[in-house]
Design a protein. Structure first.
Lengths: 246, 246
DNA sequence: CGTTTAGTTGACCGTGCTCAAGGGGCGTGG
DNA sequence: CCACGCCCCTTGAGCACGGTCAACTAAACG
């Protein structure tokens, strides 16, 4: 947790993501940048950043690393309901709610910033473009959540897994983590299973089918896609629900 | 579409729902009330209020009737991703997005109000309690959407259908449409199937199982639940994700 | 080196899907 | 008034997608 670990962790992914949704004023980008540098934190892989039932106090903004939002049923069944990538905000104005309805766990080591209520509201109050961008980010989150319902409810396993991969690629793109061919992919097969509503065994077989079809290469936590169009076709993927401006 | 059809359609469900999430000031409730009375509209059952791909211009607020948000895949598979009940807002600040990612269709005749952008922003700007309530409503919507992912991804058919019914009961309660024992339930089995990610045939059999277990009575578009605790138990239902203040 | 975690494979099984047909209620038009 | 069509619900039969259980491998780590 030494400050040294923050070296080289840029604060930009947030600005880049928000800008992809709705452009921020220069002043807003700068104020946000400053606020994010104030209270940076890190967390190891495999820990919960926040847990279901917690009273939310602060806004957290992910600067680097991957997390997932998940819920568990009494008997242990787990559903990952979304991934949280660099630049994502968890969540604007959460502290207005009495308690969290889900947990957020780290999949990798993570660097994030905390913003407390008064500082956050100060930021929002002084710049309209930031307030609008935050609404867009939230509307985009709901939209992603809706698409997950479609994915789990109406796509078959092969389409479902392909769709998950397509979404992640498109979300990594604006923050500069998609090279055009490949990206880091630090998600275990168990996580992917819990995200798609499949069993680990069947998820494994589905990945093999995607590999056999030449659609993906997935090795050593690295995902390579040689023909993204083909993968999108098998996923019935249409990126418009992400609401990124072109 | 004659004004007469609005007679007796109260504007209160919105205020009641928002108040259940976060209390509105008297001034905000009154201003909202006035705004909603300005441009009331109706729609017949079986029509789309808005469609995927539309450019959203106005905020719509449902005063009476049921709708559903849904998406369809190219080949016709349909997933209902949420129901829209009286008092629900579709959606705060949508017009910030370039286009809608899903459609909203009516299940019954519906009365709703339209609020245009400038009027809406005027309302929000002048009362902090309203702005906060709208954030709460939106956060609650995301939360519901997450729970749907869990429902479809990790609950078996019986639990899944039971959970859907439990959620609807709890959402009808604050707007006064749950009598304590029963409520209107104008949803066809096909709609329920599309909401739970099941086939119509299996949904039908699942409903019969719930009936056989004495958990529900569902006839003539009317749902009766004699032992709500028992239904919630079989659904693994925990209402906290709705974020209603007690 | 032993232990743990992640990935893989095989065999079997069951939940839920598909296809198909029939019934009941209701509105419409002849 | 009756006939027809349509929508919604229901039932049966067969099947397949995906789940469960179990065992094994390989890599990572202390």
């Amino acid at each position: 947790m030494s400050p040294a670990r923050f070296d080289g962790t840029p604060v930009q992914p947030v600005v880049r993501r928000l800008n992809a949704l709705r452009s921020l004023s220069a002043a807003a980008a700068e104020a946000l940048d400053r606020a994010l540098r104030e209270r940076m934190r890190c967390a190891d892989a495999g820990h919960d950043l926040v847990s279901e039932g917690d009273r939310p106090e602060r806004i957290r903004v992910v600067l680097s690393g991957w997390l997932c939002r998940y819920k568990t049923l009494e008997d242990g069944r787990r559903q990952i309901v979304n991934f949280v990538l660099p630049g994502d905000i968890c969540d604007s104005f959460v502290y207005l709610l009495p308690q969290l309805d889900h947990s957020i766990g780290t999949l990798t080591p993570v660097v994030y910033s905390e913003i407390d209520r008064t500082q956050f509201e100060g930021l929002v109050a002084t710049d309209r473009s930031l307030a609008e961008a935050l609404w867009c980010e939230t509307l985009s989150d709901i939209s992603i959540q809706r698409e997950w319902a479609v994915n789990i409810g109406r796509r078959i396993a092969l389409e479902r897994v392909a769709h998950l991969l397509c979404e992640i690629v498109e979300r990594l793109r604006p923050i500069g983590l998609w090279s055009g061919k490949s990206c880091p992919f630090p998600v275990t097969q168990m996580d992917m299973a819990d995200a798609t509503g499949l069993s680990v065994v069947h998820l494994n077989r589905t990945l093999q089918e995607l590999r056999a079809n030449g659609l993906i290469v997935l090795r050593d936590r690295m995902l390579t896609i040689n023909d993204l169009d083909a993968l999108q076709d098998t996923a019935l993927f249409n990126p418009s629900y992400l609401h990124y401006a072109r």
